[in-house]
Design a protein around this ligand. Structure first.
Ligand SMILES: [Cu+2]
Length: 151
């Protein structure tokens, strides 16, 4: 019983340190993921708002995926291709938007059974701000189709 109380107190003190990150310069909005087939990699997008100095998104991890890579899309010979990148710039007093058709998170080895409407935790790692925890929502397919450019 005492051990349990100590563990609870420790958990509470750890939890109390978490809001410090939320008080940092970065806030994340519109965090959403798309899973076409559970056996295939998923994609995720979000918008990072930055009230402070320039930073860089350098990695991500989640209990819902074995591995997460930062990707971008490039046009090569008229074909849209994905390319792994080491980081995504987050400008000072600005925002970085990861959007369908552009920069994204690629989720490999997804946990079984994830479906539209589910939520899962994801941790973003930044060069300066360190760790930022977000909650991803698995969006319906129609919501995550790349926007078509108007001619
Ligand atoms: Cu990708």
């Amino acid at each position: 019983m005492l051990r349990f109380a100590l563990a609870a107190a420790l958990a509470a003190s750890l939890a109390a340190t978490v809001p410090a990150a939320a008080d940092g310069p970065l806030t994340v909005e519109d965090a959403r993921a798309r899973i076409l087939l559970p056996s295939r990699p998923g994609a995720a997008w979000l918008t990072i708002r930055n009230a402070g100095e320039a930073d860089r998104l350098v990695g991500a991890e989640s209990p819902a995926a074995e591995r997460i890579e930062l990707h971008t899309h490039i046009h090569e010979g008229g074909v849209m291709m994905m390319r792994k990148v080491e980081s995504v710039e987050v400008p000072a007093s600005g925002a970085a938007a990861l959007e369908p058709g552009g920069d994204h998170l690629m989720l490999f080895g997804l946990k079984a059974g994830l479906k539209a409407g589910d939520r899962f935790p994801l941790t973003l790692w930044f060069e300066k701000a360190g760790r930022v925890d977000v909650e991803m929502r698995i969006a319906p397919l129609a919501e995550t189709a790349p926007k078509r450019k108007r001619r």
